[in-house]
Design a protein around this ligand. Structure first.
Ligand SMILES: Cc1cc2nc3c(=O)[nH]c(=O)nc-3n(C[C@H](O)[C@H](O)[C@H](O)COP(=O)(O)OP(=O)(O)OC[C@H]3O[C@@H](n4cnc5c(N)ncnc54)[C@H](O)[C@@H]3O)c2cc1C
Length: 326
């Protein structure tokens, strides 16, 4: 949405097609693990504010299934094809599922990425459950644990690392997050993994088994094991896309599989990874809201202008989170 708005702001008058596999117009994800779980915002009220009219054709509820670079077209799951002069890929990430499909299918096991996930989880949390297990203490897991405590629920957080948020923020802030969770009544168990989820005979989650040999009775498990990049649909397209994201230059132009930069395909947001001069030109993938917005504006600008006027995406990595009143 931000890219589309920027294209129009910068004078693009041609045709613009927006493709999205969710049935909804673009919405905000950060409230889904915070205000929406607490009932302070409804998931259906999280539509992103519009800065301007984008005069686009919308193909919603239909996935892009493949990319044909030679023909310059995207094929959709319903068989339609959409031609392009410039393509911007912003397919983001999805929640990493629980590794055991039968256990993942138990009633009471949740992931959290979409508006529908958040609405389902809120219904469950406010429907008379008492004991919640959060698997993984990254940002989403820690925020869900915080919301559960605010809702008055007993919550256990199981984290394989030595402290919450340690992967993103390191040991010093991890120790602060550890104290914060315990102070707010979280049963925090670090250095352990959940090894199995057990259901009763009607398929409802009842118990979780941990790597230290313990087991806990739970009604709900929220799987918060990070994200997987939505790049599978690009298999065979010849662009440099894989589990680590889509490689692009600092101007958001996608590389092909030979490491040659394309000039008509761009990628931004959670799915993109690009070299950053501040970090020795390492390819960084940043899964944060502010990055997605700024990179989208840069890509839109670069999609419209010639070489010397292009701008690099040199964002200083930053994010926010709200947990336990902090
Ligand atoms: C619960 C939650 C809380 C968050 N909280 C914060 C926070 O507090 N602070 C912060 O900085 N960031 C936060 N984030 C991260 C932030 O929301 C993301 O960085 C941002 O949404 C990335 O935007 P995006 O457009 O790159 O991808 P997305 O928002 O993931 O959008 C990608 C869209 O593409 C669709 N799609 C995927 N594949 C296809 C396909 N083949 N065809 C068509 N459509 C497809 C997806 O369904 C999705 O709708 C949070 C994320 C979540 C899930």
């Amino acid at each position: 949405l931000r890219a589309a708005e920027t294209l129009r702001e910068q004078g693009f008058t041609g045709s613009l097609t927006m493709i999205g596999d969710e049935p909804y117009e673009p919405y905000d994800r950060p409230p889904l693990s915070k205000q929406a779980l607490l009932g302070r915002a409804r998931p259906e009220d999280t539509a992103l504010p519009r800065r301007r009219d984008i005069d686009a054709e919308w193909c919603l509820g239909v996935a892009a299934e493949s990319l044909d670079r030679a023909a310059k077209q995207v094929r959709l799951a319903n068989g339609d094809t959409v031609p392009y002069d410039r393509l911007l890929i912003t397919t983001g990430t999805r929640a990493r599922p629980w590794f055991h499909p039968e256990e993942a299918a138990l009633d009471g096991v949740f992931g959290l990425r979409t508006r529908d996930d958040s609405a389902r989880l809120r219904r469950k949390l406010t429907g008379g459950v008492s004991r919640v297990l959060v698997i993984g203490a990254g940002f989403t897991g820690s925020e869900v644990a915080s919301a559960c405590r605010e809702l008055g629920l007993q919550v256990t957080v199981a984290e394989r690392g030595p402290a919450p948020l340690v992967g993103a923020l390191g040991g010093v802030i991890g120790a602060v997050a550890d104290r914060l969770q315990r102070k707010h009544g979280v049963d925090l168990r670090c250095g352990v993994s959940v090894t199995a989820l057990e259901g009763d005979d009607v398929g409802r989650l009842r118990r979780a088994h941990l790597s230290d040999g313990s087991a806990i009775d739970v009604d709900v498990a929220v799987v918060s094991l990070g994200a997987m990049r939505n790049t599978e649909w690009l298999a065979g397209s010849g662009v440099a896309a894989g589990p680590r994201g889509i490689a692009c230059d600092a101007g958001c132009r996608v590389f092909d599989v030979n490491g040659i930069v394309t000039d008509d395909i761009y990628a931004v947001g959670d799915v993109a990874r690009s070299p950053h001069p501040l970090f020795d030109y390492q390819f960084l993938a940043l899964e944060h809201w502010g990055n997605a917005v700024e990179q989208a504006e840069i890509a839109a600008h670069n999609m419209l202008c010639a070489g010397p006027d292009r701008r690099p995406h040199l964002w200083l990595p930053m994010f926010w989170s709200t947990q336990f009143g902090v």
